[in-house]
Design a protein around this ligand. Sequence first.
Ligand SMILES: [Zn+2]
Length: 518
Amino acid sequence: MQFSEDDGDVAGDLLLDNVEIFDGRDNLGRGYVLIDRGEIASVGRGPFPKHYYKSRKIPERVDGEGLFTLPGFIDSHLHLFALAAHMVGHDLSCLGEINQTTFEAVLRQTKENCSVKNGWYRFYGLDSFQTALSGCLNRSFLDDIFPTDPVIVRFRSGHGALLNSVALSAIGVGETTDEPNGVTFARNIENGQLTGVILEGEELFSSQIPQTPIPDILQSLSPILEDLPSKGITTIVDASFNNDISKMEILGEFLDANLFGPDVILMPGVNHFRDFYKELGKYSDVHRGINIGHVKIMLTASGGRIMPDELGLSSAIEEAHLLGFPVAIHAVEKESVALAISALKNNFMEGDRIEHASELTDENIMDIVGLGIRICSQPSFITDNGGRYLRDIEDTSLLYRFESLRVKGATVSFSSDAPFSRANPMEWISAAVSRKIGRSGEVLQPAEKIPVDAALNMATLSSAVVSGMSSRKGCLYPGMDADIILLDANPFKVTLEELPTISPVLTLRRGVKTYSQV
Ligand SMILES: [Zn+2]
């Protein structure tokens, strides 16, 4: 993909001129991008041809001196409703270093200052892996503070929660209750009693805990969607397992009134894609402005078993493929990834992707490249969780193998998995380039660092490919959607420390300015 020779026969309404360009794949040097009616009309090296002005209306011109332009970032995996619910509940993710005393203080403060909402206290984002918290991840700790109101504290990992005794009985879980398939009720080693920690219980929670009212959720969605363009994000993919028709309708209605957010792709959950097919449309159709995406399948390792098993997984894949949907399989650890690959070997459709694939062996990578499975990853987890990986994971050489995947020719996209990390692409890019863990300065597997151009590609063009949008998005080429950002510095010319601080000064989504500081 290279640029068009400008033939002087294009109209335009916005010209980014005299600017350094990365087109999604290559660094093109200084040139211009002309935008017309929401699409890219022309991209060229060197100065914008002067003869253009003689015959055409003069477009608005932005001088890109000192700036850098590239395709809009695509967050290829996040969870909008969870992100919004986070904002409605009490967020614990910003607490950083937390121990029993600070945790207790926050809970008591919340109880004192905030009334209970819809009958429940809801906390989000607790880093349950912090060793300083190990003494208080039990219901008696919560019962002391909240003896009468039900409380749920969701973990940052997205895979578990701590409930107090009132909450356990409210959702019908007692000492003799059977665990639903795939769910684990943690028990005290000494006396076998329930600790209040439930792993992989989201389906159970959503059926038993009163939902946060939709108007509350929507109210907190507005600032979230408005913030994304300021980070240079022009397209997002909602990859929530429980996405159903009602979520699609609510979001569609909401987006009608929110003109400055990113474009949205919504993945139907594995239990709901048949309804989508019957009532709304098939894969890649657009309903109320939202693209219908891959079928989301969860593989979870809980209680030592992976759910669903290979048979269950294969039949879900088969049915999705029969209706024309590629699948997006959530698989984090090497056992789950191996199961996902093995099922896809038997039934593969172009577009099939694996979410996370955080641990990969050489053999996995060969299979991924051989079959053409696409990978959706979250580099910020290196920054956020790298310390824990070094402490707890046996073989850290399997983690986040961006360079190995790149060298072998795999298609890898970047994403936030928000609310589990931040929707901030320059953070992802610098995490993938530096592989630095938090503020420690330690580096996780330096051999898997990737160059800046590869990281920019994974956040733009590759993300478009993995999200099934590459015919319209992800590169600066005539005829593509004018999803374009201008950054305040050239990522190729700054230090590693400066890389995450680069910010957009202009974000265009289909030619509309969704964020502007110029
Ligand atoms: Zn996710």
